[in-house]
Design a protein around this ligand. Sequence first.
Ligand SMILES: *Cc1c(COP(=O)(O)O)cnc(C)c1O
Length: 356
Amino acid sequence: MSLTLRPHIAGMPPYRAGRSPKPGPDGRAWKVSSNENPYGPLPGVLEAVARSLEEMNRYPDAGNTEMTSALATRHGLDEERLAFGTGSVEVLAHLLEATCGPGDEVVYAWRSFEAYPLAVQVLGARSVQVPLTATGEHDLDAMRAAITPRTRAVMVCTPNNPTGPAIPHDDLVTFLESVPDDILVIVDEAYVEYVNDPCATRGLELLDVHPGVVSLRTFSKAYGLAALRVGWMAAADTEIARAVRSVTMPFAISSPAQVAVLASLEAEPELIGRVRVTIHERDRIAEELRRLGHRIPATQGNFVWFPAGELTHVWFDAFREAGLMTRAFAGEGLRVSIAEPDANDRILEVAGTLLR
Ligand SMILES: *Cc1c(COP(=O)(O)O)cnc(C)c1O
């Protein structure tokens, strides 16, 4: 007799990470496929990590005590509302694990973050994907209409990966007021640091609007700690945070990762400086692309979306030939991360040839 996999696990495709670039004609190459921060660790981070490595014989602090108190203080939140994971993707998985089982429904917009369908499927729950509008935005009315008595969770992604728009704060408040109180609502704010539209969602303020709201954050993007894997959440309901802490493996977050987070939080001025550069570059690229005739959606993340449709693979190849590894979604479009200014100039050069 051979081992039997559970049916919903047997059918699961693996997560596809962004591929590495191949050098362009001038030998230069950029990976603009994973929305990573192009800049290295913030000041003080490497030193703190190096110091912590001297104690690698010791287990990390299982309670994430210092990170908890640093973030609670910084955002004015009760510590009981917080929970951490090895990346916000793990926190998301645990939130769903705590609330959803086989046959339960999870409503989210599509296309959105590729980790969502996998996180739902692994539980044997059912994804209810609500198409984005023509401009790449969440259709909150359609999402509300998709909620049934079987719905256990709703996920929104703002700014939306891969299309870019942020959900207007007031629209999300209205939506939440219509969602039953016993439904979990995950507000994935992986790119919140890059938002400069004052009307965009401010997730932490939503904790007062609906008892099931969770704001999901990461140190992988603006803070540049993607390899160290730290994500966190703030919940309206301390019971939700407690549940996530309970199902998370003890010692999940390593000591080097914990000290890297603390040192990064202390490097606030430098963080703000480089986030400003990325925002400036994003807005420059978006404006220039529109001038070239590209119909790109509004973007509040560190990336732009080309709705290339049937031309997606052709445009992907054009970028790749120039040394730019982008992220392609067959038949839909390309996501290109904002990187160093010279990479961004190369993006514009290629984009200028695509509509001829
Ligand atoms: C990159 C990203 C994350 C972050 O994932 P980590 O596990 O924290 O690295 C979360 N949500 C979205 C939408 C993302 O694009």
